[in-house]
Design a protein around this ligand. Structure first.
Ligand SMILES: Cc1cc2nc3c(=O)[nH]c(=O)nc-3n(C[C@H](O)[C@H](O)[C@H](O)COP(=O)(O)OP(=O)(O)OC[C@H]3O[C@@H](n4cnc5c(N)ncnc54)[C@H](O)[C@@H]3O)c2cc1C
Length: 445
């Protein structure tokens, strides 16, 4: 059934973000498949996978009933990332996160977190509910009506993790094409036309295809005749840098219970990055398309602008919703005015002054799927022919990427896109994640 020539691969993966590289690593390490990874940039993980808060989230805030797959993915991935960082000396800064109740009503949410944490498998000594006084004892600058303390949240560099996985995978035989985008799809013939930055085209035949192209995933899925009911909106999260004078005065990430639970954004936080640098953000500013942070990028194309792309109905519904539009205006303010961002963080952190902001930090863009009922809360997976597509893969997607990759392998097995006979799930001793792989497949499928 599968291929022999160099322009033919058993599996083609589109997108070398944290999910694509995790999946590529699993196929290279634990299967006999010949895999090609295609990435439109010159390096892996240049978009969401590096432009994020960098927190390896513990799953205390994920409802185990409604967010089961993401909660499991976060829980099972934590020791895998720990193993990777220990083995290759990559960033691992276990600062912990405190999530505070700003309003009295938020206290109930914190109590739910305690149940979720236990149900999702966190150990009892990893978390605690804190009273106002207890919180003052560990974070004197933070004000609240109470807090949930997740002690094992960890600052990491998902970009470095993705690039290390890629390096190991290439050593194990993975093929990679950088600076190459998937332009045309001949789904009936299981062929793709790839185009590199110089405009050269190449046809590749695949046995199975996985589209994990992040912000580009919906466009690609449509080329396969899928994802037609979804519109996509892009929201840029901007961060502002905080002066070193606060170093040591705030020791943990400080989050607040999100105000708008029907919108899939967390409110901005105070973040301590893996290298000790401090930032506040991100907000969620509506932008024109998936690469709305790249001012002056010569590769920016009109086709990337999809704010007004079809289907329009789900967007029109949102754009005529006063509450949503007021949120959009407010979110933009904290992109253009640092005082607006400081104002938001000052609701739960005392003593932040405009002079404490030393400049702009990172910006990262999330893509959010909407349908006729509004924002789609979960990641969406669609299978068509011999292709599988993952869309709306948002936070804490980076945290859960290895286990979610195992989940995708399970789905591909179920759909007959790959065969169990060519998966090597036995314990591979010394190989990274070797002792966990078969259990992971079992638990995530
Ligand atoms: C502001 C922000 C903060 C976040 N904070 C956290 C956090 O603290 N912790 C956490 O766990 N998660 C966080 N997330 C979520 C997390 O970053 C994402 O879920 C994750 O990075 C998604 O990874 P990905 O591999 O699916 O996508 P991406 O990283 O976007 O990778 C997709 C890749 O596909 C490539 N591509 C696109 N189209 C094509 C094409 N046609 N041909 C070839 N290649 C293509 C792109 O160039 C890109 O490299 C955050 C996200 C944002 C935006």
């Amino acid at each position: 059934m599968y291929c022999v020539e160099s322009s033919e691969y058993d599996i083609v993966i589109i997108g070398a973000g944290i999910l694509g590289t995790s999946l590529a690593y699993m196929f290279s390490g634990f299967s006999e498949y010949r895999v090609l990874l295609v990435e439109r940039e010159h390096e892996a993980a240049l978009h969401s996978s590096s432009r994020n808060t960098g927190v390896l989230h513990r799953p205390f805030y994920l409802d185990p009933a409604k967010k089961k797959v993401f909660a499991k993915a976060a829980q099972f991935s934590y020791p895998l990332w720990k193993e990777l960082s220990a083995k290759y000396n990559l960033p691992w800064s276990q600062n912990g996160t405190v999530e505070v109740a700003v309003r009295e009503a938020d206290v109930e949410t914190l109590q739910k977190y305690e149940q979720y944490a236990a149900a999702n498998g966190m150990e009892p000594d990893e978390f605690a509910l804190l009273s106002q006084e207890e919180l003052k004892g560990i974070e004197p600058l933070v004000k609240s009506k109470g807090a949930f303390y997740s002690k094992t949240d960890t600052g990491v560099s998902f970009g470095q993790y993705a690039r290390k996985l890629l390096e190991i995978s290439i050593a194990k035989g993975l093929s990679i094409k950088f600076d190459t985008a998937v332009e045309t799809v001949l789904a009936n013939e299981s062929k793709l036309i790839l185009r590199n930055r110089d405009g050269k085209e190449k046809t590749v035949r695949y046995g199975a295809l996985v589209n994990v192209a992040g912000s580009g995933a919906v466009h690609l899925a449509r080329k396969f005749g899928l994802a037609k009911i979804y519109a996509v909106l892009h929201f840029r999260g901007d961060y502002w840098r905080v002066s070193d004078s606060l170093r040591g005065r705030i020791r943990r990430n400080i989050y607040s219970v999100p105000r708008h639970s029907k919108y899939p954004f967390l409110d901005p936080h105070f973040v301590i990055r893996h290298d000790g640098k401090m930032e506040i953000g991100p907000n969620a500013a509506l932008v024109w398309g998936p690469y709305g942070y790249l001012r002056g990028d010569p590769n920016r194309r009109l086709s990337d602008i999809d704010l007004f792309a079809r289907p329009l109905m789900p967007k029109l519904k949102l754009f005529t919703n006063m509450e949503f539009m007021s949120m959009v205006r407010q979110e933009w303010k904290s992109s253009t005015h640092r005082d607006a961002m400081i104002g938001r963080i000052s609701q739960f952190v005392n003593g932040l002054k405009p002079g404490d902001i030393t400049g702009r930090g990172l910006s990262g863009i999330r893509h959010s799927l909407i349908d006729s009922s509004g924002f789609v809360p979960e990641a969406v997976m669609e299978i068509g022919g011999s292709s599988l597509h993952v869309m709306n893969y948002n936070s804490p997607g980076a945290t859960g990427a290895p286990a979610y990759a195992a989940h995708l392998i399970g789905k591909m097995l179920d759909a007959g896109l790959i065969s169990e006979k060519r998966i090597k799930a036995e314990n591979e001793g010394d190989i990274l994640w070797g002792s966990a792989f078969s259990k992971l497949l079992e638990n995530m499928t």
